[in-house]
Ligand binder design. Structure first.
Ligand SMILES: Cc1cc2nc3c(=O)[nH]c(=O)nc-3n(C[C@H](O)[C@H](O)[C@H](O)COP(=O)(O)OP(=O)(O)OC[C@H]3O[C@@H](n4cnc5c(N)ncnc54)[C@H](O)[C@@H]3O)c2cc1C
Length: 653
């Protein structure tokens, strides 16, 4: 139990549903302390206000802003409940209805064909209905769902003088050091000399207690003068869009934080928990099924409010300095009733648009762009559009060549070469000066071995290059689509054979310039058919979409078809894996890659001027050199990425 279960007990009792029931309450700890502060806004005639009236200790209808300005909430009220009063009411009901209680940790909850069971060490307890409100455990982020913390340190204080205005509370006072997070203070006054003052941080790391205490001390002294500390509240709430590790078991209903009742962008949960308790009770009264009150994570994430929350969470996580400006706009330019209705997820689209146009656009557009680029359809859609553009420009026309070469150059400079130029960071996440010389020497040595192989035995070098490229490309795609190692390799053998085989003549000219033997056969346009069947069978939209543009790419010149795969598919995918691992921004990755990236281009120039090749062999000899250069610099990169993928088997997805 506690908060959510206490609310359920109160609702069930109010509706006479606890009578003649056999009830057991289990918790790993006794709740006999005032450990939390529950606040929520509501109208006086809302069920929550009416039914929890006895528990509400204080209500305010005014917010105190900076510079002694006030903002009326009326007819809304901001209500406060001491958690101990909620727990005491639950205890009273437990006694009244002779409920059994056990103070012990639950090991697991499971089901057989007939019943749901609770395991307490070696004891198995059977129940008709289990309400499970154990604290949630979150899964690892799979689709870049944000996961940050609302951490706070609060002091209940008694001031020396009667300096507090008890009729208004301070909601989010940002007039404290931000320290690269979103940090604010809120003050809940209970009399003219008593208040709860809490410093709160929204961020990827919880606030350090001593840092928070320093901020509190300064803030309270500045606002109210001398004071005495009476109680301390230190907590941390997840603000998350990640999936909670739960099994859906018939007869087990999840409550509270475990049922996604904490609103991801605000940390408020109390009203949601009450609404769930209210709805469950109404359904039980009407003998209706209550299993549907278990929130489904993927359904939850499809709602437009989850989408807004995702943008807000992204800003809080990555651009926390914007939050103050956003919140100030909310307070100054948007009707507070509308803001709170929006946070309650009760606004309509028209009202939401009227809110968004008043907020600073830049951080939202940034978060939106990021969200779009992370959707499964973004990359294949862009690549399909680019392939169609090349087809539209006409095969081998000058305009196709110009557009193609410009895009190829931009792609290679922005992501193609840079994605392989941060290998020096992959092991430790930092540039390690002591390891650097060895790293550079081994990198040059490995590249050099491949260069010598090309020089002495080009046929062997080509085979070696093709094998490790296929391994590497297949590995990145395989991670993305959850392929086994063998399927990944088979996939990339098919892709390479397809790209080369559908460009039979061009491939043979390049092979010729590399001094290698010719491709023995061409591949038909539907050469990837079996993979298309697999994509449909696996219902993987991203994979299906990729196959569509790959098939179309047989109709554009070889270099552009290969470039689209290498830059658009492979480098982009590997870049996201690297970003995931290093946890730094795109611009930081690019800047970190710069020295090695620039070095790679210098090596290309050396290859261009000094590689001993007959320039009269064919007009494609430069591309031959380019491929040898790519083969050399990619070999150590393939090894480094392989080590990363093996190390991070479970976290890169
Ligand atoms: C300090 C604080 C202040 C908050 N203030 C507000 C607020 O003002 N407004 C608002 O809307 N929301 C607020 N929240 C958010 C939310 O309302 C609370 O987190 C609320 O307590 C969640 O209720 P719950 O029932 O899910 O979890 P809890 O009340 O935390 O109860 C979970 C219980 O499960 C028990 N448990 C866990 N694992 C096991 C196990 N294996 N076996 C047995 N028992 C187990 C724990 O001991 C605990 O008692 C606040 C949260 C915190 C932490």
């Amino acid at each position: 139990m506690w908060a959510s279960t206490s609310l359920l007990l109160i609702e069930l009792s109010r509706n006479w549903l606890l009578k003649n029931k056999k009830i057991l309450l289990i918790d790993q700890e006794l709740k006999n302390k005032n450990d939390k502060t529950f606040c929520f806004w509501s109208f006086k005639d809302d069920p929550i206000s009416k039914h929890l009236q006895d528990l509400i200790s204080t209500s305010w209808d005014t917010i105190e802003l900076a510079n002694s300005q006030y903002l009326s909430l009326s007819p809304l009220w901001y209500n406060h409940i001491h958690s101990i009063n909620l727990y005491k009411q639950a205890q009273t009901l437990i006694k009244k209805y002779n409920c059994d209680t056990i103070t012990m940790s639950i090991s697991s909850i499971y089901e057989d064909t007939l019943w749901a069971y609770i395991m307490l060490h070696n004891t198995k307890i059977r129940a008709h209905i289990i309400f499970d409100s154990r604290s949630p455990e979150y899964e690892k982020s799979k689709n870049w769902e944000s996961h940050i913390y609302q951490s706070f340190v609060g002091w209940m204080i008694e001031t020396e003088n009667t300096v507090i205005n008890p009729s208004a509370f301070r909601f989010m006072d940002f007039d404290i050091p931000q320290l690269w997070y979103t940090q604010f203070v809120y003050v809940l006054p209970f009399s003219d000399s008593r208040a709860l003052v809490e410093v709160t941080r929204f961020g990827s790391e919880a606030i350090d207690t001593s840092q928070a205490e320093e901020i509190l001390e300064t803030y309270i002294q500045k606002s109210y003068g001398n004071f005495k500390k009476i109680e301390v509240e230190i907590w941390c709430i997840p603000m998350s869009h990640r999936k909670i590790k739960i099994e859906q078991i018939w007869g087990v209903i999840h409550l509270g934080a475990r049922n996604y009742n904490i609103k991801a962008s605000t940390g408020y949960a109390f009203k949601n928990m009450y609404s769930q308790a209210y709805a469950i009770t109404q359904s039980l009264k009407n003998n209706e099924d209550i299993q549907s009150y278990n929130t489904n994570h993927s359904v939850l994430l499809k709602s437009r409010f989850a989408f807004y929350d995702a943008l807000l969470l992204d800003i809080l996580e990555n651009k926390p300095h914007y939050w103050k400006a956003i919140f100030t706009k909310f307070l100054q330019e948007i009707d507070i009733q509308k803001t709170l209705k929006f946070l309650d997820e009760k606004t309509n689209l028209k009202e939401e648009i009227s809110i968004f146009i008043k907020l600073p656009w830049k951080p939202f557009l940034g978060a939106l762009f990021k969200k779009i680029t992370r959707t499964w359809w973004f990359l294949p859609l862009m690549l399909t559009l680019l392939t169609l553009l090349f087809i539209f420009l006409g095969k081998y026309t000058s305009v196709q060549s110009e557009v193609g070469f410009i895009l190829f150059a931009v792609g290679m400079l922005t992501i193609g070469i840079p994605h392989g130029a941060v290998d020096h960071l992959l092991e430790t996440g930092l540039w390690n000066r002591r390891k650097a010389p060895m790293f550079i020497i081994s990198y040059i040595l490995l590249s050099g071995i491949i260069g010598i192989l090309w020089f002495l035995l080009p046929q062997v070098a080509l085979i070696v290059f093709v094998v490790y490229s296929m391994w590497h490309f297949g590995q990145a795609d395989g991670k993305k689509w959850n392929f086994s190692a063998i399927t990944s390799f088979a996939w990339w053998v098919s892709v390479l054979v397809y790209i080369l085989g559908t460009h039979f003549d061009e491939t043979n000219i390049i092979l010729n310039s590399l001094g290698s033997s010719q491709l023995p056969f061409s591949i038909p346009i539907l050469g990837l058919f079996s993979w298309i069947i697999l994509a449909f069978y696996k219902k993987s939209f991203s994979f299906s979409f990729t196959l569509i543009w790959l098939t179309l790419s047989s109709q554009i010149p070889l270099l552009f078809a290969f470039g689209l795969y290498f830059i658009g598919q492979h480098s982009f995918t590997a870049w996201t894996h690297i970003k995931w691992h290093l946890k730094i921004s795109n611009s930081h990755i690019w800047l970190h890659s710069l020295p090695f990236h620039a070095g790679a281009w210098m090596i290309l120039l050396i290859f261009y001027f000094f590689w001993p090749i007959e320039s009269t062999v064919s007009p494609y000899w430069k591309w031959g050199i380019f491929f040898i250069f790519i083969a050399c610099i990619s070999f150590p990169h393939v090894i480094t990425m392989d080590l990363l993928y093996r190390r991070k088997k479970t976290t890169i997805e």
